[in-house]
Write a protein of this length. Structure first.
Length: 301
């Protein structure tokens, strides 16, 4: 199928892109970078943008590097900055040392298939906000900051402010998500990820991401994020509270997983009843905890 007619714009600078977006926002102007989500929906005419603003030629949006954090109170010494045109494939190999680099490589391996990873973008996935998106779970669990710009200025949102529902975000029509900033954890943090899908490359039915650190034999500052089961990714505070300050053990991990499953409000679909999704949460959280604490966990112990 072919999409409806649209006007194509290819700005060369960020300022030009923002001005163009401001001009076409009222006519459902859309940003395109990888196009792996937008183009199929246009082909089926689920969306009918009057304008496409292609940002692939905009200088500086492909940056991927660590830089010092300016957020007061954050323990992370630096953040991983991921520009708007950075592809999924950029994470096929660890982009930095420490626990975060290998974790992002593992997560990237679960995203669709190789051709899609070569074109799709990290920030595009966040902007699309599919509940089954791996990067959305990473952003939510690790407290990423999302930087939005328009001709009106800049806004920086925390992940829990950014995601508002199924394929819904706080991005205004004239705003561009220019970069995501993920706090870089210290080397002692352990990270574990688990995803369940029917086949490799299929959309996730449930996934979990765990971050924890052990101090004097006890878990400190745990983060437990779940996605694919509700309308958006989120951390599960009830499960984190049960884990914090405790000595890591199999029975504890199982109890934490049950608490996470009890806390979610799963989406109900004809072939995916809520009770099934809840069971998937329990198994995914338990496996993520085991992987974080076990020999395959990312980080030193």
């Amino acid at each position: 199928m072919r999409s409806v007619a649209f006007q194509y714009h290819a700005p060369r600078s960020l300022d030009e892109a923002l001005v163009t977006l401001a001009q076409v926002a009222a006519e459902d102007g859309r940003i395109i970078a990888g196009g792996q989500s937008l183009v199929p929906t246009m082909a089926f005419r689920f969306v009918r943008p009057g304008h496409l603003v292609d940002i692939n030629r905009v200088a500086g949006l492909d940056r991927l590097h660590a830089e010092a954090s300016t957020v007061p109170g954050r323990t992370a010494a630096s953040e991983l900055v991921i520009g708007a045109t950075v592809r999924h494939a950029a994470f096929h190999r660890p982009v930095l040392a420490g626990p975060l680099g290998p974790l992002l490589t593992e997560v990237a391996s679960h995203i669709a298939h190789y051709p899609i990873r070569m074109r799709g973008t990290f920030c595009g996935s966040l902007a699309h906000a599919d509940p089954a998106s791996e990067w959305c779970l990473v952003a939510s669990t690790l407290d990423a900051r999302l930087v939005l710009r328009s001709v009106r200025g800049e806004r920086i949102l925390e992940a829990d402010e950014f995601f508002t529902g199924v394929m819904s975000t706080a991005i205004e029509p004239d705003e561009l998500l220019v970069e995501a900033r993920i706090p870089i954890p210290n080397p002692g943090v352990r990270l574990g990820f688990d995803e369940f899908s029917r086949r490799r490359g299929d959309f996730a039915l449930a996934m979990a991401l765990v971050s924890l650190e052990c101090v004097d034999g006890r878990v400190r500052s745990p983060r437990i994020g779940v996605s694919g089961v509700e309308d958006r990714p989120r951390r599960i505070a009830e499960a984190e509270a049960l884990l914090d300050g405790r000595i890591p053990a199999d029975d504890l991990f199982r109890a934490v997983a049950r608490a996470a499953a009890a806390a979610v409000d799963p989406l109900e679909q004809p072939q995916l009843p809520a009770i099934y999704r809840r069971e998937l949460v329990e198994s995914s959280v338990r496996r993520a905890l085991e992987r974080a604490w076990g020999p395959t966990g990312h980080g030193a112990r």
